[in-house]
Design a protein. Structure first.
Length: 213
């Protein structure tokens, strides 16, 4: 489903790609997978999943990413506070989207190449100002995450350090829809060079590696 179709509420995409990738050894935005930079892949996943507009947040190595990456029509913004953690990138991205007509946003992380446009579309069909949803992979939860516009301000208020939407989603568990996506996508992240060679690593949403949104 294309969010530009008549009668379909616009759903934005937000790609968080600002981290330095300290455990990985370099910014993951510049890592190649199947001949494509991860930042290109994530931005294309949001676009091909029907998100309009797509905002991509850069930070570490932003000049190199801008020089090398083909991000198409994505709105590219720099987060000067990227070193403080993912929360600042989420806040920056949501702030950029206030000027749009999007009723909701799909949030994607740059280091989860197993997320597919099909998974994005499964969540966008639930889009609305009050929507809260995230992908489910078996017993685990992860990205994409859908945040209705009515939640943006409160999500941003809680996004501090390396914490994104997780505290807000936890507090709103009764309102959160979990959409099964394990048949069409992977919720695993890319965390080490071995992951790059062998495929995505541990499912971050399981809690083994910290954040889930």
């Amino acid at each position: 489903m294309d969010a530009r179709q008549a009668g379909t509420p616009p759903v934005a995409g937000l790609v968080l790609a600002a981290g330095a990738g300290r455990r990985y050894g370099r910014p993951k935005a510049l890592v190649e997978r199947d001949g494509q930079l991860l930042v290109e892949r994530a931005s294309a996943t949001a676009r091909d999943g029907g998100c309009r507009p797509v905002v991509t947040v850069l930070g570490a190595a932003a000049p190199a990413v801008r020089a090398r990456a083909d991000l198409g029509a994505a709105i590219v913004i720099d987060n000067p506070r990227w070193a403080t953690g993912m929360g600042s990138s989420l806040r920056a991205g949501l702030a950029a989207l206030w000027a749009t007509e999007a009723v909701a946003v799909i949030v994607l992380l740059v280091d989860m190449p197993g997320v597919t446009p099909e998974a994005v579309r499964r969540l966008t069909v639930l889009a609305g100002p009050d929507a809260l949803a995230m992908a489910g992979y078996g017993s685990h939860r992860g990205h994409p995450v859908l945040l209705g516009r009515a939640h943006w301000a409160d999500v941003a208020a809680l996004a501090v350090g390396d914490v994104g939407a997780r505290p807000y989603l936890r507090d709103r568990a009764a309102d959160l829809r979990v959409v099964p996506c394990g048949d069409i996508a992977s919720g695993a992240d890319l965390d080490t060079d071995q992951d790059k060679e062998n495929g995505p690593g541990t499912d971050r949403a399981s809690g083994h590696r910290g954040r889930d949104a």
